[in-house]
Design a protein around this ligand. Structure first.
Ligand code: NAI
Length: 266
């Protein structure tokens, strides 16, 4: 990533300074990708020793990136590393950190009470325009946002582990999320190099909603033995939607219509 590219993408997203709360596995990754794309980042956690660990893991990860990007030029690799590291500052003072920030991404422990306490404590401190987002995997964004007075400037940004590698970003809208906020979140997601998809605030959003039942089914398969047939199992029963489509001759591309309409002739 060149510096020029990084700076212009930061400008496009209209979010320049980001505060990441929680310097664990996810928060460190989010801080890294934001810094790599030219954003100014403050990473906040509760204790200095945790901050120190986050700082070390980000530096180690960025060193690997620098070596890859400038594999034939150690001087350039060093400069690349220095520039990106300079974009990140670290703090244990949340209130101070959000005083002039454009976006807060919360990546703390998966606990509703902890998230409520956090967002309550920054609501009246952060500037009016600041957008709040949670990286929760399993909690409702609407319920997290319920304690906030800025529900129109609230949404979900659900990253995947490891953040610097995984391309997908789920952008979650709650009923109150304004169009402007949603666009800001989408633009920022794109500016940090992610492929963004829009999700409703439903359990598991899109990926985990599909993935978790699959995991569980794999375990069930293991439990009941791979080769036995269980026709009474709900999962194998015919699906009404599919039956209807087939009975209407909507067989997909070959008939011009299935779940989607195709332009190809029937
Ligand atoms: P983690 O346990 O690695 O990190 C959480 C960090 O938050 C810790 O460093 C902790 O000290 C800090 N923290 C706790 N309370 C805090 C507070 N009040 N203020 C500031 N910092 C605080 O957890 P991880 O895995 O990074 O998960 C964080 C969030 O991201 C959770 O909501 C989780 O559901 C979500 N998530 C996790 C994924 C994963 O694969 N681990 C994937 C996508 C989302």
């Amino acid at each position: 990533i060149s510096r020029g590219m990084a700076t212009s993408s930061a400008m496009r997203s209209s979010i320049n300074h980001v505060t990441i709360v929680g310097g664990g596995l996810m928060g460190s990754g989010i801080a890294q990708v934001a810094a790599q794309s030219g954003h100014k980042v403050t990473l906040v956690d509760v204790k200095e020793d945790i901050i120190k660990k986050a700082e070390e893991s980000i530096a180690a990860s960025l060193k690997r990136v620098a070596k890859k990007v400038h594999k034939d030029d150690p001087g350039k690799a060093e400069e690349f590393l220095k520039t990106i590291l300079a974009n990140i500052s670290y703090s244990v003072d949340l209130q101070k950190s959000v005083k002039s920030t454009d976006l807060v991404v919360e990546a703390i422990v998966e606990n509703m009470k902890a998230k409520h306490t956090l967002f309550t404590s920054i609501d009246s401190v952060a500037p009016e325009h600041t957008v709040f987002a949670s990286n929760t995997s399993s909690l409702s964004i609407g319920e997290i946002a319920s304690v906030s007075k800025r529900k129109d400037r609230f949404g979900g940004l659900h990253f995947f582990n490891p953040v610097p590698v995984m391309k997908l970003l789920e952008v979650i809208k709650i009923d109150e999320t304004s169009e402007e906020t949603y666009q800001k979140l989408m633009n920022w997601g794109k500016a940090i190099g992610k492929t963004c998809i829009t999700c409703k605030d439903t359990p598991g959003f899109v990926v985990n909603r599909l993935l978790v039942p699959q995991f569980i089914e794999a375990i069930r398969m293991l439990e009941r033995g791979w080769h036995e047939k269980f026709p009474e199992v709900e999962l194998f029963k015919p699906v009404e939607t599919l039956n209807k489509l087939v009975s209407e001759g909507k067989l997909g591309r070959k008939t011009g219509e299935g779940f989607y309409k195709y332009n190809t002739p029937k």
